[in-house]
Design a protein around this ligand. Structure first.
Ligand code: PLP
Length: 431
């Protein structure tokens, strides 16, 4: 940073790394052609796009066909959620009415399962869909901000088309059991498949949830064995955790460029080849007809390079930051008065330390930290400009303290000295 402050807001955004910057540079002015153009420069741009897509696919354990570039994680999330709803094949018994048509309300309404601590990109999309009649279950997290795979299982209904659970919470750093949830969802789908194949469905009760299929107005043919789909928002996980989609077992996964030392304005949605989505941005046929608009080649090339660099640095950086984070948390809890750690100690991402400062307000703490040269966020960076209480802190049962949260997030440039200074300031703030 220009002024000699200590930046501890890496969950809000990261700087573009030198290596990423250099990889992007040729694609602004020199290699600027549109990849859809048939001429030679256009073909070079297409080749750069193809290479970036393959690179991302290789890192995620996916096929190039399964990588969709978007303009942000927010857009990827919207595509995953709205695109699933738009493509939902469930129709009312005997009918062919598209699910979202208001005038002819379908009897079977798609249902989504998510949690009450998701990023606003997920939560507000779900709230918006509720206005259109879509059903949403918001799973309640425990005091540490965790949910269990069993909670997901218990929330599933016959009409559940999508489960969307964030891998790492952006405010309190909690890591959710993504592969356990994926296993449960896979079992349910296999069960549905078996039931469908053996034609034992007529007049029989569904064992899933002990709910009668007729409760939902389904016919046996409506029981789609490919549902529910499982999407995870892995934006805050990518720097430190396994994001191989085979290991995780997810159907869709969202990533963001600017959280992995890449550029802003680029996101990825991994979508398993078998998953059917409908586009939400309509126009040209880019991204296999799933996301219209001329591809942002510099940003896409930057994303691929950033993901590669992050993957290479992951193991070492995770171990380094975990140590610094634990030092920060332990020393702060030991010496500062009336602060509470938010989130889990065990299931916590390597770079997050979030505290509530009892009796203090985020809006006064941030300027004081700023004055001391420590740059942080309240709950999430997106909500920093509002004085609203953090929905995440409320959800973990700290309603009283929901306006006193401060999030410190560490990154590549963070040193032990920075953390020592931060601890010192945290202690001073509480005396
Ligand atoms: N999901 C999480 C967990 C995030 O932290 C963020 C960014 O704050 C987003 C989604 C949105 O990312 P983008 O800024 O790329 O839209």
């Amino acid at each position: 940073m220009k002024n000699k402050g200590i930046y501890l807001d890496y969950a809000a955004t990261t700087p573009v790394s030198e290596r990423v910057f250099l990889a992007m540079e040729p694609y602004f002015s020199k290699e600027f052609a549109n990849p859809s153009s048939l001429h030679i420069p256009g073909q070079r741009a297409q080749a750069a796009l193809d290479e970036a897509r393959q690179q991302v696919a290789d890192i995620l354990g996916a096929s190039w066909k399964e990588i969709i570039f978007t303009a942000s994680a927010t857009e990827s999330i919207n595509l995953a959620i709205r695109g699933t709803i738009k493509a939902t094949p469930i129709v009312p018994p005997g009918g062919t009415i598209p699910v979202l048509r208001h005038s002819e309300r379908p009897k079977v309404i798609p249902h989504i399962v998510t949690t009450n601590i998701e990023h606003s990109a997920v939560l507000n999309t779900c709230h918006d869909l509720e206005k259109e009649g879509i059903e949403v279950t918001y799973l309640l997290v425990d005091k540490e901000g965790l949910i269990t795979a069993k909670q997901v299982k218990d929330a599933l209904r016959e009409n559940t088309v999508l489960v969307s659970i964030g891998y790492v919470n952006n405010e309190i750093g909690t890591i959710q059991p993504i592969s356990d949830i994926a296993n449960i969802i896979r079992d349910i789908r296999n069960y549905k498949h078996e039931v469908r194949n053996s034609k034992q469905i007529q007049n029989s009760k569904s064992k899933i949830q002990n709910k009668n299929i007729s409760d939902f107005g389904f016919r046996s043919s409506d029981l789609e064995s490919g549902y529910p789909l499982f999407h995870t928002d892995a934006v805050q996980a990518a720097n430190y955790l396994d994001i191989n989609v085979q290991n995780l077992g997810v159907d869709m996964m969202t990533l963001s460029g600017h959280k992995i030392y890449g550029p802003k304005g680029v996101g990825v949605l991994y979508k398993k080849d078998s998953v059917i989505l409908k586009p939400i941005i309509i126009g040209g046929g880019q991204e296999r007809e799933l996301r219209a608009g001329t591809e942002n080649i510099p940003a896409i090339v930057g994303f691929a390079e950033a993901l590669k660099e992050t993957e290479e640095a992951k193991k070492k950086e995770m171990a380094r930051l975990q140590k610094l984070r634990d030092f920060f948390i332990d020393e702060s809890l030991k010496h500062a008065k009336n602060i509470i750690l938010n989130g889990s100690r065990e299931y916590r991402v390597a770079n997050n330390a979030s505290f509530c400062f009892e009796g203090k307000k985020t809006e006064t703490l941030i300027p004081r930290l700023d004055a001391a040269g420590i740059y942080v966020s309240g709950g999430s960076a997106c909500a920093s400009r509002t004085l609203e209480a953090s929905h995440v802190i409320e959800a973990i049962g700290k309603k009283k303290h929901a306006k006193s949260a401060v999030r410190f997030t560490l990154g590549r440039a963070t040193t032990k000295k920075d953390i020592e200074k931060a601890i010192d300031i945290v202690i001073k703030l509480t005396v």
